[in-house]
Design a protein around this ligand. Structure first.
Ligand code: AGP
Length: 609
């Protein structure tokens, strides 16, 4: 969603800010802007791409040693230049903001009564005026910021500059990520390390309620009570290569093809731990996982579908009941607490607000056994969890999650194996068999990727359709859900997924020759049932597109097209069958000419409710 970058240096920071904003583009945004302090506060804002804002900044000769930049994903107020950040108060204070201020209406009324005029419909503008108000009462910029944030309800990451204090920028964080980057004689703030990785890897993650003063010489951090605070310096290992497109046309395409490597890297953690071991999840895992009697999974979107696959594994392999909830639903449900329940959150970004709030809710009910499965080190959700498994997918830039999903599945399979072992439900022979299946997984995924030319041919037919159905059964039903989500989010083709047995209870009414039906049909215990369901569709004139492995013995016939997936890969089959549905969505989107990496209305990290 929104992105922040700020810099103070002895050189012109405008190119750094623009570069940082470009690196944040993947998060999803609809306008961009920057403000610099150069004797006065100068600002440029544009709706649309950062490149358009960059051209305007160049045309107007922007140069300065202090500045802040922002990419905005509209929440309060439409996509207009006047709603874009930075917001300025009285030509002196410029501010960028991620998050949502819930009491902005009350603050607006109060500030209006004090004589402040508003130029935008945003919740953010009140913060700029509030800081200006305290500044005009004699506070310096840092003190004014600290007073202002005490009066805000909601979530924020803020970076602020003041033309009367050109030697510093100040920042604050509550509920939205913000970090300080440490350079040599220059320092930075950013909402995401990728924004500043070309200038420094040394970062300090601000904690909830922190404020910071950033000068050329150093950084001072204060906790929520305004006391000086020490925070650890981390060296980020985000690779620049993962932020570059290389020979690929889109990040999604690159990330689909990176899956054999990402999966192998994630499996390496399991191998290093000597198999399914609590050590995979952190130092305290043995004690926390030992007496787990139920599992509750919380996540959103694709991560939720990973949880749905995991439910089959956890129940079948470990024999432990497992519930899976959409985080935004769980957080508002009256939940029966069980201290022996393990609460597992799954989040690629580690920032998703609904998942974070669901975790907080579970903790407030007394759930101390919490585990985060996450792809972004030091992000908010793992930091709030007792145990963590970091997937090793590398930075995922495309809005459509691909390699994060398949590596989450590997992590969840390892969790099922570990819980089974701790309960004595897994023999050495079974463990060896599962580890062998894991070892073969990157190869099977590569075979699935090799199906791309056949899938391209299917995708061209899909591109002309407006609707599609996806069917699966058992552990492959969540893969059908994931296929439908991928297709709709990047190609804008309306797609729904059903367990194939549910078809005749309603969705069959939709089937006609214009409705392509994708079926995930590997050779598992439900194959014969799926074959019957397919007949039901064929009898109504529906065109079938079947992903079936060689052992499924599916023949092509009129209206039934079959792509053979790698030979039966057993328990890890959902991971392998995720690949063709990703490729189908990607190529259908390509054929329709949509913006694959930045689909309309969507953002990579969903940090609002
Ligand atoms: C996936 O393609 C989506 N863009 C989206 O559903 C995503 O999985 C969801 O927003 C959850 O994100 P998270 O994994 O970062 O928490």
């Amino acid at each position: 969603m929104c992105g922040i970058v700020g810099a103070i240096a002895d050189r012109d920071v405008v190119p750094l800010l623009i570069d940082g904003l470009k690196r944040l583009e993947y998060r999803g945004y609809d306008s961009a802007g920057l403000a610099v302090v150069d004797g006065e506060v100068r600002r440029v804002r544009r709706t649309g791409r950062v490149a358009e804002m960059e051209a305007a900044a160049q045309a107007e000769g922007f140069r300065a040693a202090l500045g802040i930049g922002h990419t905005r994903w509209a929440t309060h107020g439409g996509v207009t230049e006047s709603n874009a950040h930075p917001h300025i108060s009285h030509g002196e204070i410029a501010l960028v903001h991620n998050g949502i201020i819930e009491n902005h209406e009350q603050q607006r009324e109060r500030l209006r009564a004090l004589g402040y005029a508003f130029e935008s419909q945003t919740d953010t503008e009140v913060i700029a005026h509030l800081i200006h108000h305290y500044r005009s009462q004699g506070d310096d910029l840092l003190a004014a910021l600290q007073r202002a944030v005490r009066e805000l309800d909601g979530a924020y990451a803020l970076a602020v500059v003041d033309k009367r204090e050109p030697g510093r920028l100040v920042a604050a964080r509550m509920g939205c990520p913000l970090l300080v980057g440490l350079g040599e004689g220059e320092n930075f703030v950013a909402s995401d390390v990728s924004a500043i990785v070309s200038v420094t890897r040394r970062v300090i993650y601000l904690e909830e309620g922190d404020t910071a003063e950033v000068t050329r010489q150093g950084v001072r951090i204060f906790d929520a009570e305004g006391r000086p605070a020490q925070r650890e310096v981390h060296v980020s290992d985000v690779s620049l290569a993962s932020l570059e497109l290389g020979p690929y046309r889109h990040f999604m395409q690159k990330e689909i093809h990176e899956q054999p490597r990402a999966i192998a890297d994630t499996i390496e953690a399991v191998v290093d731990a000597g198999g399914f071991s609590p050590a995979l999840f952190g130092a305290d895992a043995q004690a926390l996982l030992r007496d787990v009697d139920r599992v509750q999974i919380l996540a959103c979107g694709t991560s939720h579908y990973a949880g749905l696959v995991a439910r089959y594994w956890i129940e079948a392999i470990a024999g432990i009941p497992c519930a899976v909830d959409i985080a935004s639903e769980y957080r508002y449900r009256k939940v029966v607490a069980d201290p022996r329940q393990l609460v597992v959150t799954i989040s690629q970004s580690g920032e998703t607000l609904d998942t974070m709030e669901a975790l907080k809710y579970a903790k407030s009910l007394g759930h101390a056994k919490t585990l985060a499965i996450c792809n972004v080190p030091e992000s908010a959700i793992p930091r709030a969890s007792a145990l963590v498994f970091y997937t090793r997918a590398g930075a995922e830039i495309g809005v459509a999650s691909t390699k994060a999903f398949t590596t989450q599945l590997v992590a969840l399979f390892a969790l099922a194996g570990t819980l089974a072992r701790l309960r004595g439900a897994l023999t050495e022979a079974q463990q060896a068999e599962y580890l062998e299946a894991l070892r073969h997984l990157p190869g099977s995924v590569q075979h699935a990727l090799n199906l791309e030319p056949q899938i391209v041919a299917w995708a061209e037919r899909f591109a002309t359709k407006e609707h599609a159905l996806f069917l699966g059964r058992g552990v492959h039903y969540p893969i059908a859900l994931e296929g439908a989500l991928k297709l709709k989010e990047i190609s804008y083709i309306h797609a729904e997924a059903y367990p194939a047995g549910e078809l005749k209870h309603g969705p069959l009414a939709l089937v006609d020759s214009e409705m392509p039906v994708v079926v995930i049909a590997p050779n598992d215990s439900l194959l014969e049932k799926v074959k019957s369901n397919i007949q039901e569709v064929r009898a109504r004139g529906g065109e079938m597109f079947v992903f079936a492995d060689a052992d499924s013995h599916f023949g092509e016939s009129e209206g039934v097209h079959v792509i053979r997936t790698p030979r039966h890969v057993g328990v890890l089959s959902p991971v392998v069958h995720a690949i063709p549905v990703q490729l189908l969505a990607y190529h259908a989107a390509l054929a329709r000419g949509t913006d694959v990496d930045k689909p309309r209305n969507l953002a990579k990290s969903v940090t609002v409710e």
